[in-house]
Design a protein. Structure first.
Length: 571
């Protein structure tokens, strides 16, 4: 895989910095050898070319073996004196140039890029490029590591890149310091690598995220980049490009909060599939309807106000930056203190959401609300991951960490791209459908954490179905046959097919009698044992034939001959 032009500049930097030192050494050696070859010795003959090189070699290094192979005369000794001083000075000059080169920040950065690009080129497993290693990038890298996916990190902060080596990652995590919007840096990070699965841009600068997404679409149209964007206008422009996923943490949270209000079972299922800590299929967020108070009218406050319109919820917003002309009964100008909380109707409030971008302010408002009304449902925004200990030790009903919300959504997208359409289908469908799906998942997985995987029916992943030895393709493969237990065919393995993707169209919750076709992609949820079983079945044509037909055919030539002979004899 070819590197970027920046990587190729390493050799040019070395040659440019060492040009005069190397040239001076070369000239001194040439002149010194020529002098030994021209000055007559004690016998009247000058030294041979080989002896001249030999004497200059130990003379230039001040080793001093003596006058070999024959004693020198006065002219030769004078020439040795000159060479001793000149070569020592030249070597000191060259060593100083090497030290200056090694200490040069530009050279060290270019060399680090060169080593980084070579390591990325040697990756032989699927990996994800994460642009930005702040709270969101760090949480995403950790979750990808837990799912055994390699990560390549790009971040501007050198301290964050240095910290990668101190973290306990189970899989390979490479990092480079630089601008994530630089096309050359993205190429070095593996943008065109055949094992690159996705580029995720979650830096704090949405312009850099947008540039990284656009560069990805331009240089590798097969990848679907994921970008963190807060501006609605910029998000619409990027979505208009197509094949680019734009995410806003506050919009995601607002949508999930609406889901928790209307379909709490779907909300619990999403948390369980995303492997949220302590999540289970029975957990429900008891977020009451009625009168809500939102402290903070930034991006999160605006998104909440937009999402809750028409939801049978009256929302009153408190913020000191509300304009005087914009103040009304639902928008109160001022800090969230006891007076403004009382004006907003805290005495009759069912829920209070503290949503400023300052954790200190959020904690202060939270303490005031708890002192005035200990029973109100309290939602508090946490901005920095380092403040976990403060927010987990307080009496908060729901903590909103935007970076964690974003990382979970991206994790779901990377683990199973077909899962969000399935959740939308369950949210818009009948409640009985969700209850039935949860019951099936509980029977298959139990109380443990689920495993999500996608089975692709292509020649590489399913040679038992599509390969030359396949005998199933002629009769067809049903989805129910694929999840039979190879040990006991009448029993199902512990997994549930959640989604079937065919020709870009998603079919949620497919039936067991669904006929599978080459090119289909099936999303499963189950145990790790079921995951390995389905993969093994699609690699072994004999096992797959047994699951479909119920017969275990002979595999060797002798066994087939004996079976055919017995069949003819019985006939």
């Amino acid at each position: 895989m070819a590197g970027s032009p920046d990587v190729e500049r390493v050799a040019n930097i070395v040659l440019r910095s060492m040009r005069w030192p190397l040239l001076s050494l070369f000239l001194i050696y040439v002149v010194g050898i020529a002098g030994f070859a021209l000055i007559p010795g004690g016998s009247g003959e000058p030294l041979s070319f080989f002896h001249a090189i030999y004497i200059l070699s130990y003379t230039a290094t001040t080793t001093g073996f003596g006058e070999l192979p024959i004693p020198f005369n006065g002219a030769q000794r004078l020439w040795v004196i000159v060479l001793l001083h000149v070569t020592v000075i030249a070597w000191l000059y060259s060593i100083g140039a090497i030290l200056r080169l090694v200490q040069n920040d530009h050279f060290r950065s270019a060399l680090a890029r060169h080593v980084f690009a070579r390591r990325v080129a040697g990756i032989g497993e699927p990996f994800v490029i994460v642009c930005g290693f702040g709270d969101a990038g760090s949480l995403l890298a950790r979750s990808l590591n837990d799912s055994a996916t390699a990560v390549v990190v790009i971040d501007r902060d050198p301290d964050r890149i240095k910290a990668l080596g101190l973290r306990n990652f189970d899989v390979r995590v490479l990092g480079v310091c630089g601008d994530a919007g630089d096309p050359n840096l993205l190429v070095d990070a593996g943008l065109r690598h055949p094992c690159c699965r996705c580029v995720v841009a979650v830096t704090d600068d949405e312009q850099i995220n947008a540039k990284a997404g656009i560069v990805t679409r331009a240089l590798n149209p097969d990848l679907r980049p994921i970008c963190r964007v807060g501006s609605r206008a910029l998000g619409d422009e990027l979505e208009a490009l197509g094949s680019l996923l734009v995410l806003d943490a506050f919009e995601i949270f607002s949508d999930r909060l609406c889901t928790a209000l209307h379909r709490p079972a779907v909300h619990a299922l999403e948390n369980w599939l995303a492997q949220v800590a302590e999540a289970n299929l029975d957990f429900r967020i008891d977020c009451p309807r009625g009168h809500w108070i939102v402290c903070g009218y930034g991006r999160m406050g605006h998104r909440l106000e937009e999402s809750m319109r028409g939801q049978d919820i009256r929302m009153v917003v408190i913020d000191p930056d509300i304009a005087e002309e914009g103040e009304d009964e639902n928008h109160i100008r001022g800090a969230a203190d006891p007076d403004t909380l009382a004006r907003a109707g805290l005495a009759k409030a069912a829920c209070v959401i503290v949503a400023t971008d300052d954790d200190t302010v959020n904690l202060r408002v939270m303490m005031s609300v708890r002192r005035l009304d200990p029973d109100v449902f309290l939602v508090v925004r946490q901005n920095r991951h380092a403040n976990d200990v403060v927010f987990t030790d307080t009496s908060i009903d729901l903590v909103v960490h935007p970076d964690r919300v974003l990382a979970r959504r991206i994790q779901l997208e990377l683990m199973s791209p077909g899962l969000p359409p399935l959740l939308d289908h369950l949210e818009n469908g009948a409640a009985a459908l969700t209850d039935t799906t949860i019951a099936r998942l509980r029977d298959a997985v139990g109380e443990g954490m689920p495993s999500l995987w996608v089975t692709e029916l292509d020649p590489e992943s399913a040679p038992a179905l599509i390969g030359p030895l396949s005998r199933v393709r002629a009769v067809g493969l049903r989805l129910g046959d694929l999840i039979r237990d190879p040990q006991r065919r009448e029993r199902r393995i512990d997994c549930v097919p959640l989604q079937l993707e065919r020709d870009g169209v998603f079919h949620p919750l497919p039936e067991h009698d669904t006929q599978l076709e080459p090119g289909d992609r099936v999303l499963f949820c189950g145990t790790w044992r079921a995951r390995t079983t389905t993969r093994a079945v699609l690699l072994n044509p004999y096992t797959l034939d047994y699951l479909v037909s119920g017969e275990d055919p002979p595999r060797s030539y002798v066994s087939r001959w004996v079976r055919a002979r017995r069949a003819r004899a019985s006939a």
